[in-house]
Design a protein around this ligand. Structure first.
Ligand SMILES: Cc1ncc(COP(=O)(O)O)c(C=O)c1O
Length: 395
């Protein structure tokens, strides 16, 4: 710890899980089902109650759910699909699986989500070649769904919401997940709810769509293993479409049931942490925080600050190194997709096409955000920022 000898270094990791082993996990092992069975059914029903969605199909990842949502709605080779430039690569890769074209869209700096004005310009240009728009509720704050729903009616595209960060989110049209189109959630290890490391769910109020997705999630079979082998089931099944192996296991659902019970309590902790961070970063020069509209609920999956590069004698990357040297875990969400060689080369993309995501990316740092983060941790993080301020502010 050269140069930091006077400061007692504390370790505040970027992520800590709130997962606990409880009776559900034991029960799911003891039933002998292990794979998709009664626990998955119960978990789907809890997610349905929580989101208000009529139908829920549990799957083994959000990526799988996004893939199925496109497959079930007949995406074709050569179709165009709008994806925000600021997202994890899962949102765009599923489009590529079908040989369709990804059209990356810049962000609205107020929401960090897809820029709806740019979506409209793209829709006008592509006309009926534009098949899907996939907004991402980045960090837990919702995209402008009211405008997107209007645009989808006007231009005829289908919306698939990437809700990987947004289980608790409420948008300007209501609870995320409760809609006639597909919303897809992630229950990956570090998400606000995890099904033991990997998992996801597709929600919708459209019965036919939900049935199609359920079938495609298990090889396109007319019956699941559970209904074939349970007392009431029969051995016969049919396959009438090309399916996938994307079902969630009962063991995973057991973890999900433990987590969903506590979702409101855990989210309240995230909200309190965000408020405390806000107070800290309102006071530290050269670092800004994001001011999200408080009318809507932000799931607070991520807490991101932005470094003003003219204020500091060190770059954002060096700033991250300093935080890490002083024991504060960090991450970056995300390197914009247009910078990834696969997309950059395939679609001939340049930084100047995405000015807003670039200026966001140049200064963004994600800080620890999880329910067990303590006041002491936040106080320590504040001290570390002040320490960096004293050493590296521009004179
Ligand atoms: C915005 C976004 N979409 C999709 C995914 C993919 O989720 P999963 O790992 O459950 O497939 C992630 C995962 O981190 C994500 O952050």
């Amino acid at each position: 710890m050269k140069g930091y000898s006077k400061m007692k270094i504390k370790n505040v990791p970027y992520f800590k899980t709130s997962l606990k082993i409880d009776n559900n996990i034991k029960k799911s092992a003891e039933t002998g089902w292990l794979t998709t069975g009664p626990m998955v059914k119960q978990f789907e029903s809890e997610i349905s109650d929580y989101t208000g969605a009529k139908y829920v199909v549990a799957v083994n990842s959000c990526t799988a759910g996004l893939h199925l949502a496109l497959a079930a709605q007949d995406i074709k080779r050569g179709d165009y699909v709008v994806v925000p430039n600021l997202t994890f690569v899962a949102t765009s890769e599923v489009v590529e699986y079908f040989g369709a074209n990804v059209v990356l869209c810049d962000i609205d700096p107020k929401t960090l989500c897809i820029d709806v004005n740019q979506v409209e310009s793209i829709a006008k240009k592509l006309k009926n070649k534009l098949k899907f728009v996939m907004p991402v509720h980045f960090g837990g704050y919702a995209a402008d769904m009211k405008s997107l729903l209007k645009l989808s009616k006007r231009y005829g595209f289908i919306i698939i919401e990437d809700c990987a960060h947004a289980l608790e989110t409420v948008s300007n049209v209501g609870k995320v997940g409760n809609s006639d189109h597909c919303s897809v959630f992630s229950f990956y290890a570090n998400k606000n709810l995890t099904t033991g490391g990997e998992g996801g769910a597709v929600t919708t109020n459209n019965k036919n769509l939900a049935e199609k997705i359920r079938k495609l999630s298990l090889h396109g079979m007319s019956k699941s293993a559970w209904s074939r082998f349970s007392d009431k089931g029969k051995w016969y099944y049919e396959v009438d479409s090309l399916g996938y192996k994307y079902n969630l296991t009962d063991i995973a659902a057991g973890f999900g049931l433990q987590q969903i019970k506590n979702i409101d309590r855990l989210n309240e902790k995230r909200q309190n942490i965000a408020e405390k961070y806000n107070k800290v970063f309102d006071k530290i020069p050269g670092v800004s925080r994001f001011h999200f509209d408080k009318k809507y609920k932000n799931a607070r999956h991520l807490y991101i600050v932005h470094i003003d590069k003219n204020f500091w004698s060190i770059s954002r990357d060096k700033f991250i190194d300093k935080l890490n040297e002083l024991g504060v875990g960090t991450s970056v969400h995300y390197i914009p997709l247009h910078k990834m060689p696969y997309y950059k080369n395939k679609y001939k993309l340049k930084d100047s096409d995405f000015p807003k995501s670039c200026s966001y990316f140049d200064g963004c740092i994600s800080l620890p955000m999880y329910p067990s983060l303590t006041n002491g941790d936040i106080f320590y993080i504040e001290k570390v920022f002040l320490r960096i301020y004293n050493e590296f502010k521009n004179d």
